[in-house]
Design a protein around this ligand. Structure first.
Ligand SMILES: O=C([O-])CC(=O)C(=O)O
Ligand SMILES: [Mg+2]
Length: 220
């Protein structure tokens, strides 16, 4: 069974990181984007992973690094063209994730119609928690994800506000990109994204199920 698989080192396997953008209406609106009628997808590099103990680094070409706290879904069983009704069988567990975003770079990419790779996929752009076994989160569409910077609450949102559900996303993505064991899907961020500075401390959590701490460092 997928749920009993040991995926505790999923972040070391170098598998895909597939991100969903604008999956919370309030976040789409705060950045003056329209609320999507189809999922917005982009990828992060496998070298984006960073675990607690190592810093999230501001890329040298950005002056505005934003935090985005997100629920991550770890794929336990791969597949292609996965029907929605079977999608949850492909979930091996979860992880709390930060989709660190060079917002100034993303704004320029949007203006010029260029892809978001420089804004989203750089090394250390995906801080992740320890693996959360599937049975630790009974209903992934009803947990609160939150993030504090230097003890001040910046983001707090319920996954019940996701526009596209996890089964919908797994089915949709798997029609385009085959999913493999160890792949990670970032399901989008609630409102409250904002800048972090060198030496800031980000603490994020899912209810009282898990929390994690990352320091921000400036690229030298
Ligand atoms: O950069 C953005 O606003 C899109 C995104 O990743 C999100 O909504 O989580
Ligand atoms: Mg995001």
């Amino acid at each position: 069974m997928a749920s009993t698989k040991n995926l505790s080192r999923f972040w070391e396997w170098g598998k895909k990181i597939i991100c969903v953008g604008r999956n919370y209406a309030e976040h789409a609106k705060e950045l003056k984007n329209t609320v999507p009628t189809e999922p917005v997808l982009f990828l992060k590099s496998p070298t984006a992973y960073v675990k607690e103990g190592a810093p999230a680094v501001i890329p040298f070409y950005s002056n505005n690094l934003h935090h985005e706290v997100e629920l991550g879904v770890v794929i336990g069983k791969g597949g292609k063209d996965i029907p929605q009704a079977l999608a949850m069988d492909h979930v091996g567990g979860y992880a709390l994730c930060l989709d660190m975003t060079a917002r100034d770079v993303q704004d320029k990419c949007k203006e010029k119609g260029l892809p978001w790779t420089l804004a989203k996929a750089f090394d250390t752009s995906c801080p992740v928690s320890d693996f959360i076994p599937k049975d630790k989160i009974q209903d992934p569409h009803n947990v609160k994800i939150w993030l504090k910077v230097n003890d001040s609450l910046r983001q707090e949102g319920s996954t019940s506000s996701m526009i596209f559900s996890i089964p919908f996303l797994i089915s949709y993505i798997s029609k385009i990109i085959s999913l493999e064991e160890g792949d990670l899907i970032l399901t989008g961020t609630p409102k409250g994204v904002a800048s972090v500075q060198e030496n800031d401390e980000m603490v994020a959590g899912i209810d009282d199920i898990i929390s994690m701490t990352f320091k921000v460092e400036k690229h030298l």
